[in-house]
Ligand binder design. Structure first.
Ligand code: SF4
Length: 466
C-alpha cells in the first residue's frame, strides 16, 4: 500500500538562524512522514517561523494565519483546516497568548524545542487540542542536521552557538533564545566535514555572538534523535579562534564564513587565525550600533567608540583585505544630534562595505522598552536618510575598488533581473552578476569586475572552475 505523505508548509521570517531552524524543522518532520510544499493551501501542517527584529511581529503572525485560513475557505471550503503552528521568537515570547489570540493556532514551538516537533505534532494527531513547548534551559542540546537534508543547495549553515548572555538593552534575543550555549567542537567539525563530502563549497558558522564561543564554559552536544546514540564528549573547551582554526584545517571546505561578531569579544587571535588560512573568507560582520559612548552605555554594549575603532584599525592593518559590514540603530532613546554626529563619524571612519540601518523601536521585555522612546519618528527618519546617504557614498567607493579586479564567485543561481545572467557571492560577501551558462551553478569561478552598482558588482567570466 502506498502511503501518501503529509504536507508541510513552512514560512520563514528573519535572520539566518531562523532559516537554519526551518531546515532543521523540515528535516526532523520528514522523519515523521511530512514532505515540504510551497503551497499553504495544500498543507496539512502550516508553520510560521517568526522573528521579532521588526515591529509588530506578533500582530503580523495573526494576520498571516487569518489570510491563509480565509484563502483556504474561499478556494476549498469543504477541506479540513491544516494544523497551524508558530515557531521562532514570537512563539517564545507570546507562548500561550498565541492560543488566546488566535483560535487557529494549535501548536507553539519555542526556539529550543525544534527537536521536539514530531512529538508535539504527534500529541495533536493523537487527539490533544493543543501542544506547546517554550522551555528555555541552559542545558538544551543542539539539533544536528544531516548534510543531505539542507534546504540551501550551495551554501550551508552550521550552528556553533545559540542564545546570548550580553543583554544589550534593546535586544530581545536573550529572552527568546535563552542563555548562550556552545556546541561541541567535534560535532561542529564533523558537520563541516560531512558538508564538504556532500559537495558544499561554502559554509557559514552561525551564532548570535560567535566570538564568545566557549566563553560561557558550557558545551553541548546533539539533541537525542530516536535511534541515535548521544555523541561522545568533545575534546573540550576551546575558543572561537581555536574552533575557526580547526574548521579551516579539518573540514576540507574551500570557503568558510561566520556571523555575527561582537566587538568586545572579537580579538586579535581571531584575526591571526583568519590571516593564516586561505579558506577563511575575508568578510567580518561587526555591528557597532552607535558611535556615541553615551548611547553605547545606555545600550549596555560594553565598549566605547574608540575601542570599536581600535578593532577596525587592527582589521585594516592585518595581512588580508577584509570587507567589514555592520549594524547601526538610529534614534535610540535619548539620542541627541550630538550623539548622532558621533555615529556619522564612526561610520565615515570605519568605511563599511555594507551597513544595516534600523530605526529604533522598543521590543517588549527588553530594558530599553522602559526608557522613553524620546526621538520623534520624523527625526529618526531624517537621521536614517542622512546615515544612508553617507553610507551610499562610502559604499560606492568600496565597490568601485573592485573594478578591473578578478574575484572568486560561488555561482548560486540565475540572476532575478536577467535570464542571461548568473548570480553569486564573492569571498567578501558581495553579490556578483555575470553572463554565463547555468551549468556553472554550484561552482567556483573567476569573474573580472566591469561595473560597480550600489549594492552589487557586474563582470565577465574569466575562468570556469577553480
Ligand atoms: S550581543 Fe547581539 S544578540 Fe546578544 S543581546 Fe546584544 S544585540 Fe542581542
Amino acid at each position: 500500500m502506498i502511503m501518501t505523505k503529509k504536507k508541510l508548509y513552512l514560512e520563514t521570517h528573519g535572520c539566518q538562524m531562523n532559516v537554519h531552524d526551518s531546515e532543521k524543522a523540515i528535516s526532523i518532520l520528514a522523519e515523521s512522514g511530512y514532505e515540504a510544499t510551497a503551497d499553504p493551501l495544500d498543507a496539512d501542517l502550516v508553520l510560521l517561523n517568526t522573528c521579532m527584529v521588526r515591529e509588530k511581529a506578533a500582530r503580523k503572525v495573526y494576520t498571516r494565519i487569518a489570510d491563509i485560513r480565509n484563502q483556504l475557505r474561499e478556494v476549498t471550503p469543504t477541506r479540513q483546516l491544516p494544523l497551524f503552528g508558530v515557531m521562532g521568537c514570537v512563539a517564545q515570547s507570546e507562548a500561550e497568548r498565541l492560543f488566546e489570540r488566535s483560535r487557529d493556532v494549535r501548536l507553539v514551538i519555542g526556539t529550543q524545542s525544534v527537536g521536539r516537533l514530531p512529538e508535539l505534532v504527534g500529541q495533536i494527531e493523537s487527539g490533544f487540542p493543543r501542544a506547546i513547548d517554550v522551555r528555555l534551559t541552559r542545558d538544551a542540546e543542539f539539533v544536528d542536521l544531516d548534510a543531505g537534508a539542507r534546504q540551501t543547495p550551495h551554501v550551508a549553515f552550521v550552528t556553533i552557538t545559540e542564545g546570548c548572555n550580553k543583554f544589550c538593552s534593546f535586544c530581545i534575543v536573550p529572552f527568546t533564545r535563552g542563555r548562550e550555549r556552545s556546541r561541541r567542537a567535534d560535532n561542529i567539525v564533523e558537520e563541516t566535514r560531512a558538508l564538504a563530502r556532500e559537495g558544499y563549497l561554502e559554509v557559514h558558522l552561525l551564532g548570535q555572538n560567535v566570538n564568545s564561543y566557549g566563553l560561557s564554559g558550557r558545551f553541548h552536544g546533539s539533541f537525542p534523535r530516536e535511534g541515535t546514540p548521544l555523541p561522545a564528549a568533545g575534546e573540550g573547551e576551546i575558543t572561537f579562534a581555536r574552533l575557526l582554526d580547526r574548521v579551516a584545517r579539518e573540514s576540507g571546505l574551500p570557503r568558510i564564513k561566520y556571523t555575527t561578531s561582537y566587538p568586545r569579544d572579537f580579538d586579535e587571535e581571531v584575526l591571526r587565525v583568519m590571516d593564516s588560512h586561505e579558506n577563511l573568507c575575508e568578510w567580518i560582520h561587526l555591528p557597532a550600533q552607535s558611535g556615541s559612548d553615551r548611547i553605547l552605555r545606555a545600550m549596555r554594549r560594553g565598549y566605547t567608540a574608540r575601542e570599536y575603532l581600535a578593532k577596525i584599525e587592527a582589521i585594516r592593518a592585518s595581512q588580508r583585505d577584509y570587507a567589514i559590514t555592520g549594524d547601526i540603530i538610529v534614534g535610540f532613546p535619548g539620542e541627541t544630534e550630538e550623539d548622532f554626529a558621533r555615529t556619522l563619524e564612526l561610520v565615515a571612519t570605519t568605511r563599511y562595505d555594507g551597513l544595516y540601518i534600523f530605526n529604533y523601536s522598543p521590543r517588549p521585555r527588553t530594558p530599553a522598552a522602559a526608557y522613553e522612546d524620546s526621538v520623534p519618528e520624523p527625526v529618526k527618519a531624517e537621521r536614517f536618510l542622512r546615515l544612508q546617504e553617507l553610507q551610499r557614498r562610502v559604499q560606492k567607493e568600496r565597490y568601485e575598488r573592485y573594478l578591473d579586479r578578478t574575484v572568486e564567485v560561488l555561482v548560486e543561481g540565475r540572476s532575478a533581473r536577467s535570464a542571461a545572467d548568473l548570480t553569486g557571492h564573492t569571498r567578501t560577501q558581495k553579490v556578483v552578476n555575470f553572463p554565463g551558462d547555468p551549468e556553472l551553478i554550484g561552482r567556483l569561478v573567476r569573474v573580472r569586475i566591469t561595473r560597480a552598482n550600489p549594492n552589487s558588482l557586474y563582470g565577465t567570466l574569466i575562468r570556469e572552475s577553480l
